[in-house]
Design a protein around this ligand. Sequence first.
Ligand SMILES: [Fe+2]
Length: 113
Amino acid sequence: MSPQLKAAFATEMQQAKRYFRAGEIDSAFAHLERAHILGQRDTLRHTWSHWWMLRVGLHRRDWREVRGQVLRMVAALLFSRIWVPEGNTGGSNVAPLRPMPIPADLRELLKTH
Ligand SMILES: [Fe+2]
């Protein structure tokens, strides 16, 4: 990962955690989705983004999300270096293998990877 991509991932995660701690869970999840897009080629960062989505699922008592995130964490550990669906936002509300359009600001960062 490029330094710019690492920094952008870290910023998204910091914002997600800040919103999570403030109880603004929807905003936290939106930043986790952006972090997921940025970090999914890196095994630890990818898994870390899913770990926080799992925490959101637990907070919401959304067992579908929790189950989905457990499965996605296993997949992240096994496949991040092999293949990832570009642009996938990582929540259980989207199919885990489906590539998705990448927001324009993130697309530029991903070119640097
Ligand atoms: Fe993922």
